[in-house]
Design a protein around this ligand. Sequence first.
Ligand SMILES: Cc1cc2nc3c(=O)[nH]c(=O)nc-3n(C[C@H](O)[C@H](O)[C@H](O)COP(=O)(O)O)c2cc1C
Length: 372
Amino acid sequence: MDTLLSSPFRIGNIQVPNRMVSLPLYLAYPSESHEVDDLVLDYYEEMAASGVGLVIVENVTVEARGLGSPRTMLISEDRFIPGLARLARTIKQHGIPAILQIHHAGRHANRPDRIAPSPIETWGVLPQPMDQACIDRVVGAFAAGARRALEAGFDGVELHGGTGYLLPQFLSPRTNFREDGYGGDGTRRMRFPLEVLGAVRAEVGEAFPVGYRFLADEYVPGGLTLTDTIPFAQRLAEAGITYLSVMTGCYDAFPLPRYIQDDAEEAFMAPYAQAIKQAVPGVPIIAAGRIQSPATAEAILRDGVADLVGLARVLFADPLWPRKAVGELKEPINPCTPGCMLCTKRVKEQKPAYCGRWPKERRERFLERVGG
Ligand SMILES: Cc1cc2nc3c(=O)[nH]c(=O)nc-3n(C[C@H](O)[C@H](O)[C@H](O)COP(=O)(O)O)c2cc1C
């Protein structure tokens, strides 16, 4: 079957064999020593073999104070490179590129010593506001993380600017009350993420792809909307970002009725991807958000809403989605159930996630493997 979904695309110097992307999906699989383990390798093996054209690996944290959970991978020291190199090889042996998402949770870190642009109590802890030395250290940690990703054999890095983590905490008027050069008007609030991008670029060079998980709208009153984020996309484009992977929502929005309702809708983040694409026409755009039906995915490409379609829970529920979408397999797609939230619930409990849509034997085998 001839589809736009199966047509190749170029992101910077990466050749992507088709338009389907395995999006970052943190599943609480890494070990408590923050390393790549067999559960991680097996998951990415399955994603890479699924028929997607690109795998973007889940958030891997650049310094321990930025860890979002006790079971998140770290890239804060060179000793993590060999494990991450195994992960890169596991994906790339399937003939597709692998990008690593690098991350700092800021006020959403699962640590008592968490840091943030401004001291807003979060999950019962008041984070420490970042002084200049701390800002410089974190900027340096992102740059060093990107260098380690390159050394590990990844084809690019993605800066995690989504989900309300540290980079958007600086960008958002809701979480940044600083009165120095990093807070105040929109331009100042952009400064920290742009410094991170600049330091990463300086470390890895112009040719290495550096993308951005882009939070187009926080879905929270007083939070980021397209009014703030379109100018930010334009600044990222001027600063040489390789692609933008557009998402909406943040931790404070996920329990709200508006987010829960929209999350049940097919392709609910796509209008935001389209708005960003129109604002930065030269930058490759990945759309996300419950793109369940191949017809919707095809329409997103055909109508110029985005250049690539991203699949997270959709692919977790049905790792054969890409082959079914392009007609290689004739079976029906096994869809992620809106409102189910089992994967999210498991992650919150710090237990390895599984999908309620998996066949019973697979679920049982998985629970036996991870000890319940
Ligand atoms: C359990 C869970 C973990 C996630 N982990 C990440 C992550 O590590 N990095 C990221 O950028 N987005 C993450 N996301 C967001 C997804 O990449 C994606 O944008 C979102 O789930 C919508 O796409 P989908 O409907 O195909 O799942 C996560 C989402 C869920 C539900």
